[in-house]
Design a protein around this ligand. Structure first.
Ligand SMILES: Cc1cc2nc3c(=O)[nH]c(=O)nc-3n(C[C@H](O)[C@H](O)[C@H](O)COP(=O)(O)O)c2cc1C
Length: 632
């Protein structure tokens, strides 16, 4: 079926550059950068998105000066060696027709690095909350040097064969710091916030006269609209709007709105931006039909679909060909940016090939059809079944319960994971059906059952179960584990204490769902989630008036009270009165079947939590790899 997405797939002229379509992979750091230069994996990563049909790729925030490096993996836009690095990406991308820009960046007072760090530079010495950076004011000579750095970085981009450069004035990094009066308290001529922006724009334009020049702004910041107005008389080819502020916990969530944020979050803030130039709008645009409607409504001239392309690089080609059902949607879990903050290569929960383009080959039709049995229809088992089924193998999935999705389906009962669960389970259903996988629900499998299938390969993905501490004496309150609470109808009107060992979204989900059902909830601990998910969990829990106690370890319960000790001062005891105690004390593997099969001398692969409980992302990766090994 041909595409009806006529706006998305009409060409767009941005200054000297024509885009074949209006889907953009906006700047995002990949951590596929070594010694501040692109690695082979970096080239392969962008080549995959170009082959998938993106109209434009903007390479990640690239420092214009050594003082602007945000992390040890930031591209060094001032390095002459980068000319060769850019050329390698250009060679890989150009044959596809995708246009290639780079984002020119200075982090200002923001630094995500460990000691030894160089001094952070800012317009004025205002400490920054999120990464706890205490900068010093830039000296006026340094300001000139950094403006010259933007120009030099633009020249290097031009020499590298790129089609354009984008100046980052978003996310409260250096340019926005100059613009924001609470961060710019200078008493010299640079107190005029627009002066720095205009100096940079003009220097870049002069240095890269043949390139497309754009500027990125945060549409929801106090400076965004003012900067857009200031730019309206300037010689720039486009403005790109995103959301968020990197300097605060809450603001940083806006940079990558999570699944609980409504789709197309950029649409409203973008409308407030002066439209003197072409506009690229980005943030939580995941659905191609919705993207097309945004363009039709004139909200923007092009859309960033960045995480959507991290999840499925072939989204543009599939959309253009009308194969919408084949698109693997981004679930906005933000594993991609969690990797960035961990300093590890970009990865994606729903696409194990992301960041591993050179390691995991694309799926190819199997040369000979073989039969695979997968035990368990949680994320690992589903990934194994889809990987094998999509390659044309004959796959049967045996699932003990009456539904697919395992722990993620369970988590779908809570507001924080409802969207993620629905997207994952819905995608898996479509993929299983398209691959002709046989799904047997309510099929509890012994080793004998598995062997009776006479398959060519077996993947065991039996998941995990909650850990129970046999030494805890828990009496005088009703005790449940978080999974049981999520699986059944919520009680109401009770005093509930949720004891979280400190690493599990299960506890946060149970606390939130119980509060929403009208219980008085106390949550003890809850520290372990990466911050892009944790921040909004905490926002919702505080708003739901859940009491949150930190550094508490469960010691017991009796007579309607639950007792904790302080993790650091163990002699200090805290007691909460409770009707119900919900436990979330970690997980242990469901590895009984694997042991049985091993005892029977069967050969099989294991994937996911049954090997040892870990994340959803690891389950999907291991399921995929296990299927590939079994059928290799
Ligand atoms: C891993 C990661 C790194 C990012 N790094 C940058 C960056 O270098 N520069 C930038 O302007 N935005 C950066 N962003 C923000 C994205 O460009 C984009 O605005 C954001 O992902 C929201 O759009 P989406 O919902 O289409 O993904 C990053 C996002 C992610 C996921």
């Amino acid at each position: 079926m041909a595409s009806t997405l006529e706006h998305l797939f009409s060409p767009l002229t941005l200054g000297p550059v024509e885009l074949e379509n209006r889907i953009v992979s906006t700047a995002h750091q990949t951590t596929l950068v070594h010694d501040h230069l692109p690695s082979d994996d970096f080239v392969a990563y962008h080549e995959a998105r170009a082959r998938g049909g993106a109209g434009l790729i903007v390479l990640e925030a690239t420092a214009v000066h050594p003082s602007g490096l945000l992390t040890p993996h930031t591209l060094g836009g001032y390095l002459p060696e980068l000319v060769r690095g850019y050329r390698r990406v250009v060679e890989a991308v150009r044959p596809t027709g995708t246009r290639l820009f780079v984002q020119l960046f200075h982090g200002g007072r923001e630094q995500i690095a460990s000691a030894p760090r160089s001094p952070a530079l800012a317009p004025s010495p205002v400490p920054s909350q999120r990464f706890r950076v205490e900068p010093r004011a830039m000296r006026s000579g340094e300001i000139d040097e950094i403006v010259a750095g933007y120009a030099q970085a633009a020249e290097i981009a031009a020499a590298g064969g790129l089609d354009g450069v984008e100046i980052s004035a978003a996310h409260r990094y250096l340019i926005e710091e100059f613009f924001d009066p609470s961060l710019n308290r200078r008493e010299d001529e640079w107190r005029d916030g627009g002066r720095f922006l205009l100096a940079v724009v003009r220097a870049v334009r002069a240095a890269a006269s043949d390139l497309c020049v754009g500027v990125r702004l945060s549409a929801d910041s106090s400076s965004g609209a003012g900067m857009a107005r200031l730019l309206s008389g300037e010689d720039v080819d486009y403005v790109s709007v995103a959301l968020g502020d990197s300097s605060t916990y809450l603001g940083s969530v806006g940079i990558v709105p999570p699944g609980t944020t409504g789709e197309n979050a950029i649409a409203e803030p973008a409308a407030a931006i002066d439209r003197a130039h072409a506009l690229i709008a980005t943030s939580r645009i995941v659905d191609v039909a919705a993207a097309d409607r945004l363009l039709a409504a004139g909200v923007a001239d092009a859309v960033g679909m960045t995480r959507a392309l991290i999840a499925d690089p072939e989204l543009p080609t599939k959309a253009r060909d009308g194969r919408l059902d084949e698109i693997v949607p981004c679930i906005a879990c933000n594993a991609c940016i969690a990797h960035y903050h961990a300093g590890t290569p970009i990865a994606c929960t729903v696409n194990p090939r992301t960041g591993r383009e050179r390691q995991i080959e694309p799926r190819r039709p199997a040369r000979s059809r073989r039969r695979l049995v997968v035990v368990g229809a949680g994320p690992a088992g589903l990934a194994a079944a889809v990987e094998a089924g999509a390659a044309g193998h004959d796959v049967v999935v045996l699932e003990r319960s009456q539904r697919i999705g395992g722990q993620i389906a369970l988590a779908g009962a809570a507001p924080g994971n409802a969207g993620i669960a629905a997207a994952l389970v819905g995608t898996a259903r479509r993929q299983l059906a398209a691959a002709g996988v046989e799904l047997r629900l309510g099929a509890s499998a012994s080793a004998g059952d598995v062997l009776a299938e006479e398959s060519d390969g077996v993947v065991v993905a039996t998941g995990a179960r909650p850990y129970v501490d046999p030494d805890l004496e828990l009496e005088g309150v009703e005790v449940h584990d978080a999974w049981t609470v999520l699986a059944r109808d919520m009680p109401a009107g009770l005093r509930v204490v949720v004891a979280d060992w400190g690493g599990d979204p299960g506890a946060l989900d149970a606390a939130e769902a119980l509060a929403a059902a009208g219980n008085n909830v106390t949550l003890a601990v809850a520290e372990g989630l990466h911050q892009y998910r944790r921040n909004l969990y905490l926002q919702r829990l505080y708003r739901a008036e859940v009491t949150i106690g930190h550094h508490l370890e469960l010691t017991g319960a009796s007579g309607g009270a639950v007792r904790f000790r302080n993790a650091f001062a163990p002699e200090r005891e805290t007691t909460f009165e409770a009707d119900v105690l919900v436990l979330s004390l970690g997980r242990v593997p469901e590895d009984g079947l694997a042991a049985e099969l091993a005892a029977a001398g069967a050969s099989f692969e294991e994937a996911g939590d049954c090997r040892a409980p870990r994340s959803l992302e690891e389950a999907v990766l291991e399921g995929t790899l296990a299927a590939r090994r079994v059928l290799a």
